[in-house]
Design a protein around this ligand. Sequence first.
Ligand code: ADP
Ligand code: MG
Length: 238
Amino acid sequence: MSILLETKNLTAGYKGMVVINKIDICLEKNEIVAIVGPNGSGKTTILRSLVGILDEYGGEIYEGNIFFKGKKINGKKPYELLHLGIVFVPDSGRVFRSMSVFENLEMGGFIIREKKKLMRKIEEVLELFPILKELLNRRAGNLSAGERQILSLGKALVLEPEVLILDEPSAGLSPNYVKILFEKLKEIKNKSGIIVVEQNAKIVLEYADRGYVIRNGEIKLEGKSKELLEKEDIFKLL
Ligand SMILES: Nc1ncnc2c1ncn2[C@@H]1O[C@H](COP(=O)(O)OP(=O)(O)O)[C@@H](O)[C@H]1O
Ligand SMILES: [Mg+2]
């Protein structure tokens, strides 16, 4: 058992208002952890805290700590966290729309200085997502929502993250793409740990190992995905 990421008593919000309260979550290597909960419950705020971008949204961590492999990482800048191997994919799959698919993958690996290594990493991502191979020269802005979401994930994977953090990756995707996406996450977890936020608990808990149910900024339920799915309460909370 090796814990990659952990929060203790994490309390944060915006302009003095508490939005997430005393959050304790952890992520181990080789697991997919789901955070589910209704709209506005604080899921994105948790992720913003984890990846050091809360201040960009006028937010702040008021209390508590975040640890990466036992070391405190509160206050670290996003690029420092990237170097540590913590990579974030924000909601609705951000890509550089005016750039080609290939250029997007290059941008994803911008912190890799060595060109040869970057090309090797891009090659690996293309092996994982053959669908992107056929789209390499297409302008990202012209892709379908599903293709863009896959690109956005591919872009994150160029860095071979140890911790991959995804905000609602299935939003707006057809069931077929949702399946592709989660099947890929299951492959990727062999080399990393993954935190995935979703509104749709049913789908994500089918693929995740464990889950947290959050409501009004607090964790109301947690446990193994199978156990959570068997609880009647869970769907009342969503
Ligand atoms: N930049 C912001 N400034 C002020 N309040 C915000 C900001 N972003 C989110 N909030 C508020 O924080 C609460 C939680 O939002 P969020 O973390 O986005 O929830 P979720 O991702 O679960 O939908 C909501 O009430 C939302 O309005
Ligand atoms: Mg959100």
